[in-house]
Design a protein around this ligand. Sequence first.
Ligand code: ADE
Length: 318
Amino acid sequence: RPDDGLRPKRLDDYIGQDELKQVLGIAVQAALGRGDALDHVLLYGPPGLGKTTMALVLAEELGVTCRITSAPALERPRDIVGLLVNVQPRDLLFIDEIHRLNRVSEELLYPAMEDRRLDLTVGKGSTARTRSLELPPFTLVGATTKAGSLSSPLRDRFGLIQRLEFYGQEDLEAIVSRTADLLGVSLSAGACRRIAGCCRGTPRIANRLLRRVRDVACVQGRQNQIDEGLVSQALSLHRVDHRGLDAGDRRLLAQLDQHHDGGPVGLETLAAALGEDPTTLESVVEPFLLQQGLLVRTPRGRMLTEAARAHLREQEVA
Ligand code: ADE
């Protein structure tokens, strides 16, 4: 991952998500006090808000190893068995996109999470037997963009269930400023404000935009004098508008406006018209548009809001 050197290492360095930090900070302190593993944690929310980072921070705070994997890498039952038999006492296992675990893998996790027991099937057919293997105490940290797609038996086995929120302007400015320091670039206050204002409340996007701004600064020989004007150049180069919408977001809004009379239109129809995967549309593209009040979900489908129409008109003029 390109952001690895930029990730905060400790809770104190992690900017924003105050409630999440408070809840997890107390849980960590209590677990350390008892010498026990931290309870299983489910982190959910839109991509790029710091779920993986938080798992790494938790491991650091607990002084344990974090093993990172994602559900698509755990396709065969033996993948999850391999992961669990290698776990050391109080280790943290991070499973990204946990809503995509298949049934068999998920069912191996239930007793592992609940009773620290791994139920293995040995042999085949009529001679098959189950063997139980005792596991050390460990912490599963699951992350998902779609908490609603998690089966309830799985969801119920997490002791802590926390949502990550989009970041506010002030936190984003602090994050951009921190990243700029780490990248060794010097930003004016206006430049920092501008990047924070168009990153869709998402640190991953803020850091990505900052890199693109740095590229433009670099070719102009202005690495150490990045101002608002330079940020604007980089943003228009990448077709990011002042609200942070990219070409894909505007395409969705324009589709609704021009071909469906503002809606309502079903997710599947919209996705097909845009040549997008419905799940991606729903969990990656839509959350920010919904949060911004540019889109609403109704029982009969997606609808454009007046704010979105105004935004589209503004973009045409610009
Ligand atoms: N970089 C990306 N997200 C961050 C956060 N929440 N705190 C500090 N640095 C970050």
